[in-house]
Design a protein around this ligand. Structure first.
Ligand SMILES: *Cc1c(COP(=O)(O)O)cnc(C)c1O
Length: 462
């Protein structure tokens, strides 16, 4: 067996990477000039780079390695499935054991009445499925005008044309002609940044009622669905005020529209339940899944569909699918991942131990002079940095300047923490121990101290 090893010196890997590999969401020239960091292996919550430096992965890869790195059970599940049946499709009235087993297992974990999964290989693909699914649903119901999907500004639903249009990332829409037609966006429940002097509960209600206003503006007969992440992840771990979701749920119940919960990050234990919808008491018609479904060990995603919606969709041919929908190897790995999450009690442990512990340690970071707010739910958290904490004021330099500096100080101190503007965010593997949470917080404080010192010496802060 030929391994792809770390046999080349780092500079050579970086040179070849710069010459031939184009990175997602990256200014190529800038990265190529300095060289990408090369990650060569990982175990538990720790990454190792090509220079042998250990880094605590506070992001679980990209919100996905819920089980942590180095679980050979998953490697073995993949190898065994490749030996048995590496690939077969599910288009032509065929199926195979791994997809049957995974779809059945998912149906056991989901809220009542959500028993059908349409598979994809990513969250983006699954959300593209959802666009077609909800429109086809209303067409079959004799209401073909119900096409518009309402989403939220600063939501993230993927990077394909359809899913990025659902998303509300203005900087993405600025390239390539998005959003596609019949998708609109309402304001998000981001109290820290947009709540002003309002009390959070009142702000949450106001932002939820924007959905009702948007349905009225468009005409209920033209609206197919509302899509939202239970907790916005890429937007900056935005935890809505407690009033928000109950009010959204009321509106969805009163109006004839479908609710899509994008569970790509929240699903599979991140919030301390199997799904964010359970944590937040949301009753969706469709849930998008990916990331934690396989802990990132294989690319797999899907749409979990309610019995009521599936009954309608099943009455006609749904002219949609991907070559790799229900890929046997990805399904086998996802199934093994779910087995380990369950048998090792990892989701329960998040709820009863890890999340409360993180919440306490994380909140203490509000004592730091740079941190205006430290919030967390389950095992995801955010730090809002501000030069004027009492007023939640932004810095006097371009948004993201300080965040980027802090991210670099994190890297230099052996921690992956991501920045969204000047908000620092984490979403570590669910298996993180208390000692590792302590280490994460200690490294975060070190990075914040160094960021603050830099801001002071540059005159950006007193
Ligand atoms: C990452 C993400 C997606 C897109 O998933 P990909 O696998 O990157 O296509 C969709 N929705 C949410 C909430 C995500 O965080």
């Amino acid at each position: 067996m030929k391994r792809i090893d770390n046999h080349l010196p780092t500079v050579d890997l970086q040179r070849l990477d710069a010459a031939h590999h184009m990175h997602p969401f990256t200014k190529g020239d800038e990265l190529n000039a300095k060289g990408a960091r090369v990650i060569t292996k990982a175990q538990g919550v720790m990454l190792t780079d090509s220079e042998g430096v250990e880094i605590l992965d506070g992001m679980a890869g990209l919100w996905c390695v819920n089980l942590g790195y180095g679980r050979s059970e998953l490697a073995q599940a993949a190898a065994a499935q490749m030996d048995q049946l590496p690939y077969y499709n599910t288009f032509f009235q065929t199926t195979h054991p791994p997809v049957v087993a995974l779809a059945s297992r998912i149906a056991e974990l989901t809220p009542e009445g959500m028993n059908h999964t349409f598979f994809a290989s990513s969250g983006s693909e699954a959300n593209d499925t959802n666009i077609r699914l909800v429109r086809q649903y209303w067409a079959l119901m004799g209401k073909p005008d119900k096409k518009v999907i309402i989403s939220r500004k600063n939501g993230y639903h993927g990077s394909s044309m359809g899913s990025a249009s659902l998303g509300g990332m203005a900087f993405m829409h600025a390239q390539g002609g998005m959003p596609i037609p019949d998708i609109t966006h309402i304001d998000q429940p981001y109290w820290y940044a947009e709540g002003g002097d309002m009390d959070p509960a009142e702000f949450g209600l106001q932002r939820a009622r924007l959905l009702e206003q948007e349905i009225d503006r468009l005409g209920e007969g033209n609206v197919a669905a509302f899509i939202a992440e239970p907790i916005q992840g890429a937007g900056a771990v935005i935890i809505p005020p407690e009033t928000y979701w109950p009010e959204i749920q009321r509106i969805c119940a009163e109006r004839e529209i479908l609710l899509i919960a994008d569970e790509v990050i929240c699903g599979f234990g991140r919030t301390g339940e199997w799904f964010g919808s359970q944590t937040l008491n949301i009753r969706p018609d469709v849930m998008t899944i990916a990331k934690g479904l396989s802990s990132g060990y294989q690319p797999i995603g899907g749409s979990i569909i309610s019995d009521a919606v599936a009954d309608v969709i099943n009455s006609e041919e749904f002219a949609h699918g991907y070559t790799y929908s229900g890929h046997p190897v990805a399904c086998a790995v996802a199934l093994e991942n779910l087995r380990l999450l369950e048998e090792e009690g990892i989701v329960d442990r998040v709820k009863s131990e890890a999340a409360p512990y993180l919440a306490k340690k994380w909140k203490e970071l509000e004592d730091h002079p740079l941190v205006a707010e430290a919030r967390s739910i389950g095992l995801m958290g955010a730090l809002e940095m501000s030069p004027d904490k009492a007023n939640r004021a932004p810095f006097k330099v371009d948004a993201g300047t300080v965040g980027l500096r802090c991210r670099e100080r994190c890297f230099a101190n052996g921690l992956v923490m991501r920045h969204v503007g000047d908000t620092m965010i984490i979403s570590p593997p669910l298996i993180i121990s208390k000692d590792e949470i302590d280490l994460l917080c200690a490294r975060a404080v070190q990075a914040l101290d160094e960021t603050l010192a830099g801001l002071k010496s540059d005159g950006l802060m007193q």
